[in-house]
Design a protein around this ligand. Structure first.
Ligand SMILES: Nc1ncnc2c1ncn2[C@@H]1O[C@H](COP(=O)(O)OP(=O)(O)OP(=O)(O)O)[C@@H](O)[C@H]1O
Length: 222
């Protein structure tokens, strides 16, 4: 599903955020990406999302060299990837329903079909009963679940998350990770950047460890 070949990333032509990264993630795997602050976790995810381009090497996703995609293909490419951020980036003046519906509205999905899919996604994260609420009326953990519903509403084959539990207490963090495991169980490939080492150790998935832009360990699931 994901293949990095000798990937390097420099910012401003100088600072080396990632150097000589090689790894492969199979379809259906769940993988953690960890490392200290500034190790390059977000940069690596941003390369997969095509928000950044590598300065060296190639990134292949689902067998395609994403550096060779025509600009017109990029929106279609991004559609197969669901992204969850730490600060969930919800629109504060829109209901939970509309926040989750946004990716479908952008695609022009027919409203009745969109409503059906939004409710299915909200149901999966246990928030169907809050569809009319505004984000501010929800707890931090609930807001993060809305972020996950929005990320999966397009039924992505790849789900990426950047510190999705960064602001949550241990129990809520475990709940959020259990949700990612649910999506992984039904076949979604999942990659989560996190520095919560205790949580990662408990979950027993494969761990890719970065230090100063280098991949220093690739530990198989326990
Ligand atoms: N757009 C940018 N321009 C210049 N430098 C950048 C840019 N983005 C990231 N960097 C630098 O690249 C390095 C890696 O950053 P990155 O955000 O990928 O690390 P991270 O492991 O995700 O850290 P954190 O856990 O703090 O988010 C850092 O030193 C950062 O300052």
């Amino acid at each position: 599903m994901i293949l990095f070949e000798h990937v390097g990333k420099r910012y401003g032509g100088r600072f080396e955020a990632l150097a000589n990264i090689d790894f492969r993630v199979q379809r259906g795997e769940m993988v953690f990406l960890t490392g200290h602050s500034g190790a390059g976790k977000s940069s690596l995810l941003r390369l997969i999302m095509l928000l950044e381009r590598p300065t060296r090497g190639r990134v292949l996703v689902a067998g395609h060299d994403i550096g060779r995609l025509h600009p017109s293909q990029v929106p279609f490419y991004r559609r197969q990837i669901g992204v969850v951020f730490q600060d969930h980036q919800l629109l504060v003046d829109r209901s939970i329903f509309h926040n989750v519906a946004l990716p479908l509205e952008i695609r022009g999905v027919e409203p009745r079909e969109a409503a059906r899919r939004v409710r299915a996604a909200l149901d999966k994260v246990g928030l169907l009963h809050r569809e009319k609420a505004l984000p501010i009326e929800l707890s931090g953990g609930e807001q993060q679940r809305v972020g996950i519903a929005r990320a999966v509403v397009n039924k992505p084959s790849l789900l990426l998350a950047d510190e999705p539990t960064g602001n949550l207490d241990p129990q809520l963090s475990a709940d959020i990770m259990a949700l990612f495991e649910d999506f992984n169980r039904i076949g979604t490939t999942v990659m989560i950047a996190s520095h919560d080492l205790a949580l990662i150790a408990r979950l027993r998935h494969r761990v890719l460890r970065l230090r100063e832009g280098r991949l220093i360990a690739d530990e198989e699931a326990a």
